[in-house]
Design a binder for this molecule. Structure first.
Ligand code: SF4
Length: 255
């Protein structure tokens, strides 16, 4: 099997691969190994993994632009290329068979994930793989056959991305028909709810597979939003997702 390189987020001297608890969505609380891909095809203004795409020289705006000292990232400081087999070895060093491919946008590297997954399944067929995606890229049939769960998070107007790059009808149709897909919408205010309704109805997304999650990169913001969003979820019959990792560890990386 030819090995391929994975472009991953760099943390200190190595790739951002860590053992933790899933913090969001339908598997929240489940022990998992996270592999964080670098690169994203979107540029959400509130993105909390902006080091995967907000490179020097790009024009994207970010909420943190207002913070003293915030500046765009040097690509070479925040991206590391690693052979897929080596990534698999690192993942296998943790005593955990649930692996989350996250990012950035992991589906930009379809082929390389196939190689990593194949290495891991040769070690132990009980491995299970979850993909966190922004819902704009359809996985290949080969990768789809290896994945057990998708956490699809279509982006709304509040992300600052234009509709033409954040809404891909064919890809959303693919995920809407997949029994492996769950949809998570990031909600900043009540104005986002009509947009969620439109996306769900336009793309035939089953409401029973939709979660609403408050937007927020810190606990005070989340606390303000989670109370009204919990009421919305109860009254409108949506599942609610919190951001457990922010509650537990704040914005710390690699935990
Ligand atoms: S799609 Fe995800 S990783 Fe990409 S910019 Fe948006 S929040 Fe960040």
């Amino acid at each position: 099997m030819a090995d391929t390189l994975l472009k991953l987020a760099r943390l200190h001297d190595g790739p951002e691969i860590f053992h933790s608890l899933q913090g969001e969505g339908i598997s929240s609380g489940v022990p998992s190994v996270f592999v964080r891909a670098s690169l994203c095809n979107l540029h959400c203004r509130w993105c909390d993994t902006d080091y995967t795409w907000n490179w020097e020289g790009t024009p994207w705006e970010h909420e943190r632009d207002q913070e003293p000292g915030y500046q765009k990232f040097r690509r070479d400081d925040t991206l590391i290329e690693i052979p897929a087999r080596q990534v698999a070895e690192k993942v296998a060093s943790f005593s955990c068979l649930r692996v989350i491919l996250t990012g950035g946008e992991p589906l930009l590297q379809d082929k390389a994930w196939q190689t990593m997954i194949q290495h891991l399944q040769e070690k132990n067929p009980a491995y299970r793989f979850e993909v966190e995606t922004n819902g704009t890229i359809t996985p290949s049939a080969d990768l789809d056959a290896q994945i057990h769960q998708y956490n699809v998070s279509p982006k709304l107007e509040n992300s600052g991305n234009s509709a033409s790059i954040r809404c891909h009808a064919e890809t959303l149709a693919f995920f809407a028909q997949s029994p492996k897909a769950w949809f998570k919408f990031v909600i900043s205010s009540s104005e986002d709810l009509a947009e969620v309704d439109t996306i769900i109805s336009t793309h035939a997304i089953p409401q029973s597979r939709v979660l609403l999650m408050p937007e927020g990169r810190d606990e005070p913001t989340l606390q303000q939003r989670r109370l009204w969003l919990a009421d919305v979820c109860r009254d409108r019959n949506f599942r609610y997702s919190d951001r457990l990792h922010i509650q537990l560890w704040g914005s710390q990386r690699g935990v």
